[in-house]
Design a protein around this ligand. Structure first.
Ligand SMILES: [Zn+2]
Length: 267
């Protein structure tokens, strides 16, 4: 387990917080897998309310200090960056590997950015042109608009042997089912957005599949990436709301016709 000494946090120091309530010594937490904690199997903002409160009392072990150069807006997007870091720590890509990222929402766009940091080549797929424009801005080598093109055919043309790595970040069952037709033999598939569906593994000889959706432990690395301007968070933010208008913020975030990417609520 990564040991972080937070005893010296001053009350006025800006922090971000883990989604998990606290650290514990259960089987999974000791192995750095706080997402699967046996004692505190809930997450703030997902299983418990509290993310839209103006003040929240938190155990200090859940807090990570944020340096002065990181804005509040950037600090609000630490969690999906941490997830992207975790995914590539698990995938262990080689330089120049092809990474196909299905879905260019906030998580997919951060996956695209971290893939480029890892020296990979990226095929970015989505059905919304504004999101594909951002993917290109973040360095995606190939763009596929799945409204007009068949992703498996395009990935085959681009990569020749199939994508070394496929990351599903669209939240779509059909995308999950498509992954065996995109990954090369003995490649790797990460499922982040959706875990349902019937997958024909017969088409994915020797490929490795894994599913993950949260990362409580890579926050310090994520903070560092933002502080050193290695990932662009500001370009993801398409809408901002005051906390008094948070219901409107939630409506906007789920209304794709308003072309939201990241919707931020501020005090
Ligand atoms: Zn635990």
């Amino acid at each position: 387990m990564r040991n972080i000494n937070l005893a010296a946090i001053h009350p006025t120091v800006k922090t971000v917080r883990f989604l998990a309530e606290r650290w514990c010594k259960c089987y999974f937490c000791q192995r750095g897998l706080q997402t699967y904690c046996e004692r505190y199997s809930w997450f703030m903002g997902i299983d418990k309310d509290g993310f839209f409160a103006e003040t929240v009392a938190m155990h200090r072990a859940s807090l990570i200090p944020v340096p002065d150069g990181v804005s509040d807006l950037e600090a609000a997007v630490i969690e999906p960056i941490a997830l992207a870091v975790r995914v590539f720590d698990l995938l262990k890509p080689a330089v120049c590997d092809w990474v196909t990222v299905i879905g260019q929402g906030p998580i997919g766009l951060l996956i695209t950015q971290v893939a480029k940091l890892k020296g990979c080549r990226v095929v970015a797929a989505d059905m919304w042109s504004n999101r594909l424009d951002l993917a290109r801005k973040f360095g995606a080598d190939e763009i596929v608009n799945v409204q007009g093109e068949k992703l498996d055919r395009k990935v085959g043309e681009i990569t020749k042997h199939g994508s070394d790595i496929v990351v599903e970040a669209s939240g779509s069952v059909s995308a999950v089912q498509q992954t065996p037709r995109l990954v090369r033999k003995a490649g790797k598939v990460a499922l982040l957005g959706e875990f349902e569906g019937r997958v024909d593994f017969g088409r994915a000889g020797d490929a490795l599949f894994f599913a993950t959706y949260l990362s409580p432990i890579e926050y310090p690395t994520a903070v560092k990436l933002v502080a050193e301007k290695l990932v662009d968070v500001k370009s993801l933010v398409t809408h901002r709301f005051r906390i008094s208008d948070f219901e409107n913020a939630l409506r906007t975030a789920s209304n794709l016709n308003e072309k939201p990417v990241k919707v931020i609520v501020t005090a």
